[in-house]
Write a new protein. Structure first.
Lengths: 274, 350
């Protein structure tokens, strides 16, 4: 397992780190050491704003997934195993489809003559078709659809471990359903929420196909910029530097989030204290 | 006749009948030779098979094997295997020719080897004696006449205020499709070494631009689904849209048209240089030259006489139109691509 990690994660990461310090804008060959790629990234407001927006988008997508995914995961967890099996399969099903197929489906749904526009025009909500595609909200909607199963499954796996007796005990102590949910379920489900949030966040900030196709190259996320830099411009040093910035900042963000949530559980402080 | 005699005669007759085509094929000049060519795939390769490969096989017994793939990947494969090249002929658009020449993997094609070279139109052979151009694609303004009543007349018209949220342009990573930027520059006093005027027009056109298409197919879908009504597109693809019932009008900008040529190259160290020259000769012949225009409505590069039904569909269909084809410094264009991509991204980002 350790060898696998070293071979498949650590070595490529070190290679990426090394190439990010190469001078120039060429393929991977070359020698030298420079901080130019990083200096250029952080001194250009375009790149830093793309980084910030990528994180904001990732956070919003994770939050929406949590809002939709938590009740779904909870209800699935409380179902009898036989009923849960089929519903879980439905949740997993979108993950079995190719991302390109999913994205092209959304291109049709969100198009000017697509289902959403037709429905809204028919219901009289909008007088004429609007542009939904190639906008930031459209990118977020598609990202939520893609990554929602990860949140649902993470929450569900934790909720199934929470003994329903605890909820009954809370009810006996005159706690209403909201209080039980707030004081019992959520604190105990925090590990699952964190796992789901981290997964969705990391997947969102590194997305590149969805922003390129649904965003029409106008909604820029750092993942698509890295892809473009390496695959189209063949500028590995710059692409590697961007990838490393995304990797480190993503890691720092999730680590800070986990540390914050973890300390609240351990110290018993905060509104979700046990 | 005895049974045994009958069987002997029948067996000999059958063997003779079966062997006859082989014997005939062996007698042809390039019998047993198979040329390997990188393919563009789809209708493109199919058209070449029909109008170039089939006559060569019939006449010389020459076989040609197309391997469809992306030119950039095929190019890397070719450069990495210079000593034992995986292709005998290599198809590449104008910008890729620079890499081919730098790598020194292609042979010159002279008139003495391929007589039809003399038929190539002036200004269409951009790299001296290297490669033969056999099709030309132009990137031009287009619009849907059902919705746009005031015709577009130039590249700069994409910034017209009445086109708000109705325009698509190719993504900046597409080297050839982004030639429209050169059009924007030169129409507004700029040049390949001064692209600022183009970026100014692009910034003015930003409210009009709905998307930057990552691929030709994606752009076609946008026009078909009426997501956009105007933009910059390939002349051949605009014709394809018309055949699908979309009333797309191709604009011929009076200040010049920006085009890219498809070249066929003979690879150094090919085992069959003579057969490769025969292929190039057939490609530049009347039948070969009309292959791509008939299938995809891209332009011709020789003095071939265009049939009337084809002439009306082609952008370069007269000497006056052909004279509009702009000369492009491809080396400079490719050298500036990173800067160009970054500028376009910064301007068009929402």
């Amino acid at each position: 397992m350790v060898l696998l990690l070293i071979g498949c994660l650590v070595v490529p990461l070190l290679g990426l780190l090394r190439s990010s310090f190469l001078p120039g804008s060429h393929l991977l060959e070359g020698s030298g050491f420079t901080l130019d790629q990083y200096v250029r990234f952080f001194s250009d407001s375009y790149y830093t704003s793309v980084l910030v927006e990528t994180f904001i988008d990732g956070f919003i997508v994770s939050l929406i997934c949590l809002v939709i995914g938590f009740p779904t995961g909870y209800s699935l967890a409380r179902l009898p195993p036989s009923a849960r099996r089929w519903r879980t399969l439905i949740v997993i099903m979108p993950l079995t489809l190719s991302l390109v197929v999913v994205v092209f489906g959304w291109l049709i749904i969100l198009g000017r003559n697509g289902f959403v526009n037709s429905l809204l025009v028919t219901l009289g909500i909008i007088p004429s078709p609007r542009i939904f595609l190639f906008t930031r909200p459209a990118v977020m909607i598609v990202l939520v659809q893609q990554f929602l199963p990860f949140m649902i499954l993470s929450v569900m796996s934790v909720i199934t471990q929470i003994d329903p007796v605890l909820e009954q005990a809370a009810a006996n102590l005159r706690a209403n359903r909201f209080t039980t949910f707030r004081r019992i379920i959520i604190p105990l489900a925090v590990p699952g929420i964190l796992v789901g949030f981290n997964l969705v966040f990391v997947l969102s900030i590194s997305a590149f196909i969805t922003p390129r196709l649904i965003g029409g190259n106008r909604v820029v996320m750092l993942g698509s910029l890295i892809y473009e830099r390496i695959m189209s411009e063949l500028n590995w040093p710059s692409g590697a530097a961007m990838a490393f910035v995304l990797f480190v900042s993503g890691l720092a963000f999730t680590a800070a989030l986990n540390a914050m949530a973890g300390s609240r559980i351990i110290t018993g402080r905060g509104r979700y204290a046990l | 006749m005895q049974r045994r005699t009958f069987l002997k005669i029948a067996t000999a007759a059958a063997a003779g009948a079966l062997a006859a085509p082989c014997v005939r094929a062996q007698s042809k000049k390039f019998a047993g030779v198979t040329l390997r060519v990188n393919g563009f795939g789809g209708a493109w390769d199919e058209a070449l098979r029909k109008s170039v490969v089939a006559p060569l096989e019939e006449k010389y017994g020459l076989k040609v094997q197309f391997t469809a793939g992306s030119t950039s990947a095929d190019l890397i494969k070719l450069i990495a295997n210079k000593d034992d090249p995986p292709y005998d002929l290599f198809m590449a658009d104008s910008p890729y020719m620079i890499e081919l020449l730098k790598a020194g993997v292609v042979e010159e094609i002279r008139e003495s080897d391929v007589p039809n070279v003399k038929r190539i139109l002036p200004g269409f052979r951009e790299y001296g004696d290297f490669g033969v151009p056999f099709a030309v694609s132009s990137v031009v303004p287009v619009y849907n006449s059902k919705y746009i009543k005031q015709p577009l007349t130039s590249y700069s018209d994409i910034a017209r205020p009445d086109l708000a949220a109705r325009v698509v342009i190719p993504a900046p990573t597409l080297d050839t499709a982004t030639l429209y930027l050169l059009g924007l520059a030169e129409e507004n006093g700029g040049s390949i070494s001064n692209m600022e005027p183009a970026f100014k027009v692009l910034a003015a056109a930003k409210p009009n631009i709905v998307a930057l298409a990552q691929a030709t197919v994606a752009e076609m879908q946008m026009f078909q689904n009426e997501e956009v009504y105007a933009g910059i597109f390939w002349d051949g693809r605009a014709h394809e849209l018309r055949t699908k019932g979309v009333p797309i009008v191709t604009v011929v900008p009076p200040n010049g048209v920006y085009s890219v040529s498809a070249y066929m190259n003979v690879i150094k160290r090919t085992k069959y240089p003579e057969a490769a020259h025969a292929f190039a000769e057939q490609l530049l012949s009347d039948v070969g030259m009309l292959a791509i225009p008939e299938a995809l409505r891209y332009g011709v590069t020789t003095d071939v006489k265009l049939p009337d039904d084809l002439r009306k569909d082609l952008l370069f269909n007269s000497p006056e139109r052909t004279a509009l084809k702009k000369k492009i410094d491809w080396e400079r264009w490719i050298a500036d691509r990173s800067t160009r991509i970054e500028r376009v991204n910064k301007i068009t980002r929402t």
